[in-house]
Write a protein that binds this ligand. Sequence first.
Ligand SMILES: C[S@@+](CC[C@H](N)C(=O)[O-])C[C@H]1O[C@@H](n2cnc3c(N)ncnc32)[C@H](O)[C@@H]1O
Length: 308
Amino acid sequence: MSQELHRSVLLREAVDALVTDPGGFYIDGTFGRGGHSAAILERLNEDGRLVGVDKDPQAIAYARERFANEKRFSIWHGSFADMDMAAADRAGQVTGILLDLGVSSPQLDQAERGFSFMQDGPLDMRMDTSRGISAAEWVNTEAEAELARVFKEYGEERFARRMAGAIVRRRAEKPFERTLDLAEVVKAANPAWEKGKHPATRVFQAIRIHVNGELDDLQQALDKSVQLLAPGGRLVVISFHSLEDRIVKRFIRDKERGPKLPRGLPVMDSQIVKTLRSVGKAVKADTVEVDENLRSRSAVMRVAEKLG
Ligand SMILES: C[S@@+](CC[C@H](N)C(=O)[O-])C[C@H]1O[C@@H](n2cnc3c(N)ncnc32)[C@H](O)[C@@H]1O
């Protein structure tokens, strides 16, 4: 059992925005090491309920042990894209949903999980090690053009084609198995190293997002949150890069405006069905938190409320 800690980001801000009813029903879609879950449970009374969700079997094992005696809590293994299954028959009755996106510190810090370009480990990168294909299987078999597309789209990597070419040439001689092996090939193919940033950072981010289907899962979870939330219920999402934040921002904006209708239709504003209203502005970590936890530097939290 992994006991490494994860320092929760925007902990108080997220829980303040999420918990509107101490006797409500909540979903923590990204349990991790339970920092947010513990803080939510502290705010609930004995009628309150919390379901934790995580893709990672290690997070699930940790939750079972940590909250073994907590009757208000249960844990569900799977993607938050399927959180309607975790919430069973609670459609339209959920008081709050939290998504604290990305990877946890234990995932990044354990070399054997294969997320890091700094430590040598098997090239895996799956959050859910019980299913799906590993990063190694993907980089060793995917077409060059598709590798390049993923590096460009999910890594915003300027030299995506050059890096994909280098990977394809190298794998023809010897398939990739280890993280540092891949990091070295990408590093050598990168002609413009940025100060303070490992030259393989963007490619590793892109592979991680792709292998875990992160952006598709997020879009599905957002859609489901609207069906699950009760009127007045809150959706709180913490993103760590611009691709995620853009999806969240657009989603909230679109639900706030209601469906797009052709121009000139004789429809009154009161007839347009709007499902969410955004609550406050985007929240970022303050300097004290950033000094204590560098990971919080890129966090952006957005909050929306389900309309009745
Ligand atoms: C940033 S950590 C969450 C940390 C947590 N809030 C805490 O305080 O300990 C993100 C967690 O979400 C999980 N995760 C990421 N994407 C997921 C998805 N689509 N479905 C379920 N869990 C996911 C990861 O496995 C990881 O454990």
